[in-house]
Design a protein around this ligand. Structure first.
Ligand SMILES: Nc1ncnc2c1ncn2[C@@H]1O[C@H](COP(=O)(O)OP(=O)(O)OP(=O)(O)O)[C@@H](O)[C@H]1O
Ligand SMILES: [Mg+2]
Length: 412
């Protein structure tokens, strides 16, 4: 057979034995260092196997800490045990980031509980009460205990308020032939503060907080995945340690660690190398930072780009801990070059807060005693990312701003 350009990545010489295992969608059969969290879920959900109603729960924790993986793992085992014990249990998971209106969440719950195509709730168009009625009908006709997992629930509540949670957490008062338990998952640690007190107390009767993994724990997680997905002996010593240490710095994020390891192995694979070194991890780290930051910078609205550019200009002029006033005076110059009217100075604080929440700058308020308060602003964009060229390439209107010359004042 003649050689094909895909062969070197397909053949036995790939460094991966099963790349899918290193993807974050993959859920391994056991989840090291989540024994306590799993036990909390099991403790509550066992009620479904005993003919009782499990309490509603909220699972908290920063991104990549295994909340979704743990919940899926526990639900899978629950369904398996339910089947052997002859208990009727249904689990439905909805990701509220992609299904993000009350109507669509209720419709998805209802539709997943019915395979009768004539009974499907349409994508839009029904009154919400009718969708809720259909959901109840479907729950009753199947019977048993229904576990509804609302993943990334804070997205839904932030956009549309918490009204969906009231009917969902009230279902048990109305159902005759079935029961329901809601598990909300969120990485917003202040989630319950967004909720009406009655809903918060109904939903959060059992809270489970996921703590960040430390570097040693991430190593264990990576070793398990590497054994299943990467050829034996190709990871140089220190590769897993470095991926784990870098991910531990980012709030102990196992997803980040898996990404680093997968991209590092891929970089070595594509380069036709036999060994994955810590250098490949560094390259992977740069690549991931670039992939993460580029859309954030290029997607900024125009005036936010101008403000970010003004902070960068101040920094290139040797300033650090820049004040809002210093940003504003350069921003006014950038507006002249862009032939646009500047925002009023008091809006700049909001723009800077937004840049801070996107992880592009840090802004700290310091007290000047009786002289009031002042902001100290610094960018925190990794050095390998050229934010100015990203802004120029993503927005024609930035070009005259970037090409202009600025006579900036330095501090006395
Ligand atoms: N204890 C663990 N053992 C093995 N893999 C894990 C463990 N914890 C997390 N992972 C893996 O890390 C990745 C991220 O986990 P998961 O998606 O569950 O995070 P999450 O807490 O739901 O994050 P987010 O809040 O961003 O949704 C997944 O690939 C998951 O398999
Ligand atoms: Mg998740």
């Amino acid at each position: 057979m003649s050689r094909n350009i895909f062969d070197h990545l397909l053949g036995n010489d790939s460094l991966f034995t099963n790349k899918e295992v290193l993807h974050h969608g993959f859920i391994p059969g056991n989840l090291p260092h989540r024994e306590n969290e799993i036990e909390s879920l099991v403790h509550n959900l066992v009620e479904a196997l005993q003919g009782q109603i499990p309490s509603n729960m909220i699972l908290y924790g920063q991104p990549g800490l295994g909340k979704t993986a743990v919940t899926r793992h526990v639900c899978k085992q629950l369904l398996q045990r339910g089947a052997t014990l002859g208990r009727t249990i249904h689990t439905v998971e909805v990701n509220c980031c992609s299904v993000d209106t009350k109507y669509r969440v209720l419709a998805q719950l209802a539709n997943e509980l019915s395979d009768d195509s004539r009974k499907q709730v349409p994508f839009t168009g029904w009154p919400t009460d009718k969708v809720l009625e259909r959901l109840k009908e479907n729950m009753e006709s199947l019977g048993g205990v229904h576990i509804f997992v609302l993943d990334e629930i804070d997205h839904l509540v932030k956009r549309h308020g918490d009204d969906i949670l009231y009917p969902l957490t009230s279902l048990n008062y109305e159902l005759r032939n079935s029961r329901c338990c809601v598990i909300g998952i969120t990485n917003d640690l202040n989630f319950t503060e967004m909720l009406d007190a009655r809903i918060a107390s109904r939903l959060g009767s059992e809270d489970v907080a996921f703590s960040p993994y430390n570097s040693k724990q991430i190593e264990d997680i990576l070793m398990q995945r590497a054994r299943a997905g990467v050829r034996e002996g190709v990871l140089e010593e220190g590769v897993i340690k470095l991926c784990s240490a870098l991910a531990a710095q980012e709030h102990g994020d196992a997803r980040r660690a898996l990404d680093l390891l997968r991209v590092a192995v891929q970089k070595a694979d594509v380069a036709g190398e036999e060994i994955v070194s810590t250098e490949h991890v560094r390259i992977a780290q740069n690549q991931l930072q670039f992939d993460q930051m580029t859309p954030v910078i290029s997607g900024l609205p125009f005036h936010q780009k101008l403000v970010l550019y003004s902070i960068l200009l101040n920094e290139s002029n040797g300033l650090t801990n820049i004040s809002t006033g210093e940003v504003y005076s350069v921003y006014q110059l950038t507006c002249q070059n862009a032939s646009t009217t500047p925002l009023v100075s008091r809006s700049i604080g909001n723009v800077i807060n937004n840049l801070d929440s996107l992880g592009l700058v840090t802004s700290k308020t310091t007290s000047l005693g009786r002289y009031g308060r002042s902001n100290r602003i610094n960018t925190c964009i990794p050095k390998n990312i050229n934010a100015i060229s990203i802004m120029g390439e993503s927005d024609e209107a930035m070009k005259p701003v970037i090409n202009a010359t600025y006579r900036l004042q330095s501090r006395l």
